[in-house]
Design a binder for this molecule. Sequence first.
Ligand SMILES: Cc1ncc(COP(=O)(O)O)c(C=O)c1O
Length: 388
Amino acid sequence: MTQEIKFIPTERLYADVRSTMMPRLESLYSGGITGTGSGHCGSRHFADRYTEQCEAHINEITGRRHTFLTTSGTASIQLMLMAAGVAPGDEVICTNYSCPATVMPIRLLGATPVFVDLDRHGQQDLAQVAARVTERTRAVMVTDLYGDCCDYDQLQAIQVPVLNDSAQSLMTLYRGQQTAAIGDMSIQSFSTNKNCPIFGTYGAISTDDPDTAERIKLMRKNGYGNREVGTAINHIGINAHPQEDKAVQVLCSLEKLSGWQLRRSEIAQQLTDTLRSAGVQIRPSPDYSETNHHKFSIFVNDKKQFRDLMTQQGVETQLHYTYNFAKTEVLSTDTEQHMPMTEFYARHAISIPSNPWLTDSEVAQVAEAVKSCVTDKDLDIHIPAMPK
Ligand SMILES: Cc1ncc(COP(=O)(O)O)c(C=O)c1O
């Protein structure tokens, strides 16, 4: 009897971080912590020393000058748009394919998302951006997917702020540079399905500009600094102010991240070797990027049918992704737009387990399950040529 393989085994994540996480949480909850952070209502449970340690750690990884922990990647995107001044009537050029969190905050702020399709690697096609810029364009939001990244050099001539949704690309390199260092601002997500996961989610937003940093700091806390100084509320804000117990989780995962990355890379190699020789169509990585192996995705003819077959083999898969934002009425003002590469990915791309807690024999089991589930039709799938 083969073992069930979960896409993300959170109990193994727990086993990995337990010895560093539990003493910190115990100390925090039992009141033994004294901190120097900003506090909130006199409580040390809001942004304090663990939050600051996370922020310093992310700056160290990315090379950014200022990072602020937030309550989610989505909240970070909303803050990033607010800090860029996105307001009703503005347009934001963005990806047509990702998780809905990516573009929802644009609508929430009363702005219009202007979608661009993917390229063959499943990345937002930045070559299409210049043609979509109008006098209403307030920003371009770039979204790296699958652990790879977009071709940022394509944005060189763009005269609008670049906002980087690097929720899936912490540790990914674009021509040797951390992708999260690119753009006026960038964000992170620590959702359970990310390469630096926690239990639930958390987020971060980074910038190099000190004025923007000052505004973000206020905006993430409903627009105010603290209750002792100042009577003015200078910014519209949201409650994205971090809490120390979640910061402990993020910190413990950040401390493990480089080890997880090494294991992800070994697993990706093992899967690639076995599946490529069997003729399985693997999502291609661009030459310019060094992936963080956040997802391992393949193309099959009918991804829902394939998922069901894999489930019967005891292997959980995930349908990244099924959306076509341009065709979605709550997001789009023109649902007739044709997005051929999105349509290809939405129909055919599916992710198989590649988390760093898989043993070699489990990786072999995943690969064998794929080989036994693919049909000739799956092996015959080809990425369509990019429209000229
Ligand atoms: C590309 C991308 N952007 C934004 C988000 C939102 O992050 P969160 O789930 O932390 O709100 C996610 C993750 O779900 C994501 O994959």
